[in-house]
Write a protein that binds this ligand. Structure first.
Ligand code: UDP
Ligand code: MG
Length: 319
């Protein structure tokens, strides 16, 4: 199969019929074999009935329904689990992304060898405040990840199948798919200017909290990728340093007390600083140590990604 289109949807009953028609038209014109995976993220507006109707009409359309609203990342992750196409394309359900971009995206992945091609909504139809904060986010993400993309959070993206099977989207990490892909070793990341439309039906599903959450996610993704596998290198280092500073201060105070007979230690700010530094230092050290134990005990399926499976001999195969 050439293409899997993964579409997360939450209360988008008016749009999905139109969107599916548009997708099928594009696919037929280009003679692609394809599947459309509609992931209903706990909609309450009859979207699921619409999905069922659509999948009855067209066998390329498949649906999954969540019991409740888990968020866009969860929906994408479920879609990725099922996607069988050689190229996997994600797009929003609200008709803001155009299926007309699919052939070009597909070509870029198959012919030009990109692992990911991310859409770039050069001319956006979103409210002013969102465009501004988005600019800042993209700048910050570019700085942290060193990936040269203009628009990280574009819903319209194309991936090689092995890319989406290798990375895990949790929390609200859908904003940072290219970053996670890069850290998983898929560095060939491209960009394509795509058309963007104003929302035709319904309203946006993300409120103001998107900005705070987005920022926190950027912090945690940076931190986890740098120190997730070796917490001691962060906590241990700063813990030891802090403790040593505190110890030096305590030593100095003790020296003064013994040899210069300076009393009233507890009235000196330095005394408290030393105490604080030693306590914080040992806590940081402990946090690092516990983190190290945890990471040692958790066998994680996405720890290592094997690039070329052809040479592997399974242990079970040996006689
Ligand atoms: N979405 C989802 N679960 C959620 C929120 C959003 O599956 O909890 C879907 C939504 O239906 C749409 C896409 O994610 O297909 C993007 O959402 P939206 O258009 O509201 O975001 P915006 O365009 O405002 O960034
Ligand atoms: Mg939208």
């Amino acid at each position: 199969m050439n293409i899997s289109v993964v579409i997360p949807l939450y209360n988008e009953v008016e749009s999905i019929g139109e969107l599916c028609q548009w997708i099928s038209r594009v696919m037929q014109q280009n003679k692609f074999t394809y599947e459309v995976l509609l992931i209903d993220d706990g909609s309450r507006d009859g979207s699921w009935d619409e999905v069922k109707r659509l999948s009855k009409e067209n066998e390329s359309i498949k649906g999954v329904r969540f019991q409740r609203n888990y968020g866009k990342s969860a929906a994408l992750s479920q879609g990725f689990l099922l996607a069988q196409g050689e190229v996997v394309i994600t797009m929003d359900a609200d008709l803001q992304d155009s299926p007309d971009e699919i052939p070009e995206l597909y070509k870029k992945v198959t012919n030009e060898g990109f692992d990911i091609v991310s859409g770039w909504k050069k001319k956006r139809h979103d409210p002013f405040i969102k465009r501004r904060t988005s600019k800042f986010f993209n700048w910050a993400t570019r700085r942290v990840s060193r990936i040269k993309l203009h628009d990280f959070n574009c819903g319209l993206k194309a991936y090689k199948n092995e890319v989406i099977k290798a990375i895990e989207v949790y929390g609200e990490m859908h904003r940072y798919m290219p970053v996670m892909a890069k850290w998983a070793g898929f560095t060939n990341i491209g960009e394509q200017v795509v058309k963007h439309y104003p929302r035709k039906y319904g309203k946006t599903k993300f409120g103001l909290e998107r900005f705070i959450n987005g920022f926190l996610d950027l912090l945690s993704i940076t931190f986890v990728s740098k120190f997730g596998k070796r917490p001691m290198h962060f906590f241990g280092l700063w813990g030891t340093l802090l403790f040593m500073i505190g110890f030096a201060i305590a030593g100095f105070l003790a020296y003064e007390k013994i040899f210069h007979e300076v009393y009233k230690m507890t009235e000196r700010p330095l005394f408290y600083l030393g105490l604080l530094a030693m306590m914080m230092g040992s806590q940081l050290f402990l946090a690092g140590f516990i983190g190290e134990l945890i990471s040692r005990n958790s066998a994680h399926k996405h720890d290592y990604i094997v690039a070329d499976k052809s040479g592997i001999i399974s242990i079970n195969d040996t006689p």
